[in-house]
Design a protein around this ligand. Structure first.
Ligand code: SF4
Ligand code: SF4
Length: 385
């Protein structure tokens, strides 16, 4: 019954959105013709919609609604700002030679402002931004990529001919946005820019605006998590359920470790001791060569990358913890375990894997210790409801 009500209310919301005028997405082509041009059939599209429905933790019967939301992305004005960053988040989404449905959806969105994609530059670009903010006041989604040099150091990011700072751009654009997504770890938590000693005083987006910010971290985040957030917004029009770090729980509710394909080896105490050894060939757990999967909340182990083909752990390197706050300072060195080192990250200053690091002494004791360590970690750090 609850599900029926939810279905009905989402359906009504999408019905209203259908009446909104189409914005100028991708030469006014429909999404189906855009997909067709790239050899993607309706059947593939519906399969993709079913996958997105499951990812958003919605029942399978909601698939037609998710497909509909994707078709309505051309009603959603998006302003994408670049701050201090490598542009890897944009690259991960848009620059594949065989575009995925996710990247084509993003082509289809009415991207009102995106410095690396739009033709305008200099004063024209500035004007475009001002114009988009005014025209779509209270209606656009703001996506910000990059850490933001702030306060006295804000001049490190000086933008455009008016010499405005990135900080003031971000503040202004946030003021009139309907929803704000921090795309990538830089914008969510400061990222590499904010790594010690943080010479530009780079800050996460939520530190420079008092509006609610949904963090979509990862370095870069997967295109699925970015597009999934857009679909969620189209479907619900509200904030998703968030964890302690304002990450949507549908994507960041579980740890890499919880769904990892090497997890059986962790529990059995079977570890790669060094890259290229017998354990590596057998696909053993990468904890001892630095995997930070037990401390990292993200869905990489389930969704993977590059059209679901692979992800770092499958390719043989441990997770580096890129979707956690301060990961550059707290998760390194990337190829050694955290061991009993004290750190002030997700586990609040505990050397929480001291026990886990001793796993592997003997298979029998290891299995027991592994499970106990896992249980301890789960108790120590459960994301806030
Ligand atoms: S989060 Fe990573 S990929 Fe994205 S802009 Fe920052 S450094 Fe680049
Ligand atoms: S430690 Fe890493 S490789 Fe091992 S099971 Fe956990 S996430 Fe997978």
């Amino acid at each position: 019954m609850e599900q029926d009500k939810l279905y009905q209310s989402l359906n009504e919301r999408l019905g209203k959105l259908t009446n909104f005028p189409k914005l100028i997405g991708s030469d006014n082509k429909s999404i189906s013709s855009l997909l067709e041009e790239h050899g993607i059939s309706r059947r593939d599209f519906m399969k993709w919609a079913a996958g997105m429905t499951a990812m958003l933790s919605l029942p399978a019967t909601f698939t037609p609604l998710v497909a509909k939301a994707a078709e309505l992305t051309d009603r959603l004005p998006v302003i994408w700002l670049h701050m201090a960053e490598c542009t890897g988040c944009s690259e991960s989404l848009l620059r594949s030679d065989a575009p995925t449905i996710d990247s084509l959806i993003f082509d289809y969105i009415s991207l009102e402002y995106h410095e690396t994609l739009m033709a305008a530059c200099g004063w024209q670009a500035e004007e475009n931004l001002e114009h988009a903010i005014k025209k779509y006041k209270g209606k656009y989604v703001l996506m910000v990529e990059g850490g933001i040099p702030a306060g006295k150091s804000s001049y490190f990011l000086t933008v455009g001919p008016q010499g405005q700072t990135g900080e003031s751009h971000a503040k202004e654009a946030a003021e009139s946005a309907a929803a704000i997504f921090a795309i990538g770890t830089c914008s969510s938590f400061g990222g590499v820019q904010a790594a010690y000693p943080n010479p530009t005083n780079a800050q996460p987006l939520h530190k420079v605006t008092d509006k609610p910010v949904i963090n979509v971290p990862g370095c870069p985040p997967s295109e699925k998590n970015i597009v999934g957030q857009v679909l969620h917004y189209l479907l619900f029009g509200t904030l998703p359920s968030l964890d302690a770090y304002n990450r949507p729980k549908w994507a960041y509710g579980l740890r890499i470790h919880d769904l990892c394909e090497r997890r059986g080896h962790f529990d059995a105490g079977e570890f790669v001791q060094e890259f290229g050894d017998e354990g590596a060939k057998k696909g053993y757990c990468l904890y001892k060569v630095g995997c930070k999967g037990p401390y990292t909340f993200n869905n990489c182990s389930r969704e993977k990358f590059n059209q679901h083909t692979s992800w770092p752990v499958q390719a043989g390197h441990g997770c580096i913890g890129c979707s956690e706050p301060d990961f550059w300072d707290k998760m390194g060195p990337f190829e050694s375990p955290l061991a009993d080192r004290l750190y002030h990250s997700v586990f609040g200053g505990l050397g929480a894997d001291a026990t886990a690091d001793k796993i592997g002494v003997t298979v029998l004791s290891a299995a027991a210790i592994g499970i106990a360590a896992h249980a301890a970690i789960t108790i120590v750090k459960k994301p806030k409801e």
